[in-house]
Ligand binder design. Structure first.
Ligand SMILES: Nc1ncnc2c1ncn2[C@@H]1O[C@H](COP(=O)(O)OP(=O)(O)O)[C@@H](O)[C@H]1O
Ligand SMILES: [Mg+2]
Length: 267
C-alpha cells in the first residue's frame, strides 16, 4: 500500500522567546512529517514546548528559524486572506473549550457560524439538517441544546460541541491541544473515540497533544516524544511504547500501568 502523502512538515523549527537573560528556547530544532489521515501524538511534560509548536503549526506564532511546509510548500500567511485560506484547512480545539467562544452566544449561533464561515448559502431546512447531523455525530441532541448558553453545558458537552464544529468545518488537519485534560475520566474516553471517528469520517490528519503517554498510545498511529523543546524519540506508536529507546520515553512509560488501571475503572 502506498504511504499517504505528507501534508504538514517541519524542518529544523525553532522558537525563541525574549532576549538576553530572559531568552527562552521553547522549541528547539524540531523536524517532522505529518501524513494525510494520520493521527500523530506529541507527548511531553508541561513546559516542553507542545503548545508553542501547535501555535506555530496554526500560524498564530512565527518560527524564529526553520521552516514549516504545507503540502510541500512554504506557507504564505502575510495577509488576512492568506490566513483565512489556511485556516479552512487547519483547525484546533484546546484544553478549555469555553475559552474559544463568546459566552453570550447560544449553541445554535455557535453551530450556524460554521455554515457562515464556509460561505455556504443554504436553505433554512438544509442548515438545520447540518446542525442536527453534527450534533448527532457527537451524541448530542440539537433540540435539547440549541437554545442554551455555553455556561449551561458541562465541559464534556462543550468539548463535544467543539468536535461537532470540526465535523461541520471538515478541515484537512485538526490540532487537539490537551483536549481532555479539563474533563472527567468518563468523558475523556468519549472524546478520544470521537477523534477516531472524525478521522474515519473525513480522513482528517489529527495532531493530538498530550502529557499523557497512555492516551497517546490509545489514539495514535505515530508518536513524537518532546522533552525541553526537542523531539527525543519518534516512530510508530507500538514501537515507541513497546520498545522505547530514550531514557525520557522510558520514564514517561513507567507510569503507564497505573494509567491503564485508571482507564479500566473509567470505561
Ligand atoms: N509567550 C511566551 N513568552 C515567553 N515564554 C513563553 C511564552 N509561551 C511559552 N513560553 C515558555 O515556553 C516553554 C514552553 O511552553 P509551552 O509551549 O506552553 O509548553 P507545553 O504546552 O508543553 O506545556 C515554557 O517554558 C513557557 O514558559
Ligand atoms: Mg500546553
Amino acid at each position: 500500500m502506498k504511504r499517504p502523502d505528507v501534508l504538514l512538515s517541519g524542518k529544523n523549527v525553532t522558537k525563541v522567546f525574549g532576549y538576553g537573560k530572559n531568552k527562552k528556547t521553547a522549541v528547539h530544532d524540531v523536524s517532522f512529517d505529518f501524513h494525510e489521515g494520520e493521527i500523530v501524538s506529541i507527548v511531553g511534560e508541561s513546559g516542553s514546548g507542545k503548545t508553542t509548536l501547535a501555535k506555530m503549526l496554526l500560524g498564530l506564532l512565527s518560527e524564529t528559524s526553520g521552516e514549516i511546509l504545507y503540502k510541500g510548500q512554504p506557507r504564505s500567511l502575510k495577509s488576512h486572506a492568506d490566513r483565512k485560506k489556511y485556516w479552512k484547512d487547519i483547525q484546533a480545539i484546546f484544553q478549555d473549550p469555553f475559552s474559544s467562544f463568546n459566552v453570550f452566544y447560544k449553541v445554535e449561533r455557535l453551530l450556524r457560524d460554521c455554515i457562515k464561515l464556509q460561505g455556504l448559502k443554504l436553505s433554512e431546512e438544509k442548515q438545520l439538517e447540518m446542525m442536527k447531523d453534527a450534533c448527532s455525530f457527537v451524541n448530542l441532541k440539537f433540540e435539547e441544546l440549541h437554545n442554551k448558553y455555553p455556561f449551561e453545558l458541562s465541559g464534556g458537552q462543550m468539548q463535544r460541541l467543539m468536535i461537532a464544529r470540526i465535523f461541520m468545518l471538515h478541515p484537512k488537519i485538526l490540532i487537539a491541544d490537551e483536549p481532555t485534560s479539563m474533563i472527567d475520566a468518563c468523558s475523556r474516553s468519549t472524546i478520544l473515540d470521537m477523534l477516531l471517528k472524525l478521522r474515519e469520517a473525513n480522513n482528517m490528519t489529527i495532531i493530538f497533544i498530550t502529557h499523557d503517554v497512555g492516551l497517546a498510545y490509545y489514539v495514535s498511529d505515530t508518536i513524537y516524544i518532546m522533552e525541553k523543546g526537542q523531539f527525543v524519540e519518534s516512530g510508530p506508536a507500538d514501537e515507541v511504547i513497546l520498545n522505547p529507546q530514550h531514557p525520557y520515553t522510558k520514564q514517561l512509560i513507567s507510569d503507564v500501568p497505573k494509567i491503564h488501571e485508571e482507564w479500566n475503572l473509567a470505561i
